[in-house]
Design a protein around this ligand. Structure first.
Ligand code: G6P
Length: 367
């Protein structure tokens, strides 16, 4: 087993470090930067895509957070109403037209019962279905009309890390694919997102190279009573994912929410013993989140900010800066790698069972 972990203490840490490789596999052969197009070998007729009124991403857990990220990208680039739906809550209702609704199941394993049953509902209603998964031959691939594989390679750690990164990258490619077919995104705008995708493995590597800084920060804040993660727009799903990762493996109380919601409740829990982790990058309306940062600081909470290289100003307002390389709309995804490392080191300092957290399973095949 030690050999399988490739010298890392845990599979999770190994998988966090595999992200640049996983991402290269995810995007390999799928980016046509010259024409500003994504080549996904999908069989979705342009006529159908033009008539689309809505895209729904159905998923659970970490995959749901990838769906939230994707829904924001879709609304912006593909100019279509898009939402992420928690699979166990999913109903095909609201009077939507099944012929004009595309339902995308996002599932690492391809076996999650809640996601499969949501898909059945969508199919019964007559909607077109797609799967975005990591697993060849998985049940989901037999249930849908077409599949896009995220190609992240096997993930052993129960807490999803590299697969989240590859899911979002794949969904960004899908955004370009649909946006270009629908003619809602120009080739130059598409080229920009595609070039950010190309830069993603390198940017993630830069964060991994700063692991020691994150480990030291984890040591400093490990005794926090609770941890809050905040972010806006594309930073909101990353805040949710950061909190999920930390609670899964450290068993600490962690909550993630859109920054603006802080004042509507969670602020009551903020004390000098509750570190706040904020996403302050491109794509996250960082200026507004900074106001929330000031609110928590005035209550004595320490703040760790994932800050874009280009936004030095924001750095002045936080106690600890995790620097994020410039990468446009994908900067929040890169910031997430800091959250993965932070969660890992907090859990490791506490001696938790990182690869197999209590009560959790990698793949949940019951509803
Ligand atoms: C389980 C795992 C999570 C995962 C979720 C959805 O709860 O512990 O890490 O995000 O299932 O899994 P899926 O395979 O559908 O992405």
């Amino acid at each position: 087993e030690a050999a399988e972990k490739g010298g890392y203490e845990h599979y999770m840490l190994k998988e966090i470090h595999e992200q640049p490789t996983a991402l290269r596999q995810t995007i390999s052969g799928r980016i046509d930067e010259m024409n500003g197009e994504a080549d996904l070998e999908l069989d979705l007729p342009t006529e159908y895509l033009n008539s689309l009124e809505e895209v729904q991403f159905v998923a659970c857990g970490t995959s749901y957070h990838a769906g939230l990220y994707a829904a924001k990208l879709f609304e912006e680039y593909a100019d279509v109403r898009a939402s992420a739906e928690i699979a166990s809550e999913y109903e095909f209702d609201g009077g939507r037209d099944p012929w004009r609704t595309l339902v995308v199941a996002v599932t690492q394993s391809g076996e999650t019962a809640d996601t499969l049953s949501a898909l059945q509902r969508a199919k019964r209603a007559g909607a077109k279905t797609l799967a975005v998964t990591n697993t060849l031959g998985s049940t989901v691939t037999r249930e849908v009309e077409d599949t896009v594989f995220i190609r992240a390679g096997p993930e052993i750690g129960v807490a999803a890390t590299k697969t989240f990164c590859s899911q979002v990258a794949t969904l960004a490619l899908l955004t370009v694919y649909v946006g270009r077919q629908r003619g809602t995104v120009s080739s130059s705008e598409a080229r920009e997102l595609l070039s950010d995708l190309r830069g993603l493995p390198g940017a993630v590597q830069q964060v991994l190279d700063r692991e020691e800084q994150v480990r030291v920060a984890a040591e400093e804040y490990v005794d926090g009573d609770a941890f809050f993660f905040i972010g806006r727009r594309l930073g909101a799903p990353v805040a949710l994912e950061g909190a999920l990762k930390l609670k899964e493996i450290s068993y600490d109380h962690a909550e993630g929410f859109p920054s603006g919601e802080l004042k509507h409740g969670p602020l009551a829990l903020v004390t000098p013993e509750t570190p706040v982790l904020a996403v302050l990058t491109e794509g996250t309306n960082a200026e507004e989140t900074l106001n929330n940062v000031k609110e928590v600081e005035s209550r004595g909470a320490p703040v760790i900010g994932c800050v874009s290289e280009g936004m030095d100003d924001a750095g002045k307002f936080v106690d600890e800066v995790f620097e994020v390389p410039e990468l446009g709309e994908l900067e929040p995804l890169v910031a997430n790698v800091y959250f993965q490392l932070f969660s890992y080191h907090v859990a490791n300092l506490k001696g938790r069972s990182i690869d197999k957290p209590r009560n959790l399973a990698k793949s949940v095949t019951v509803e």
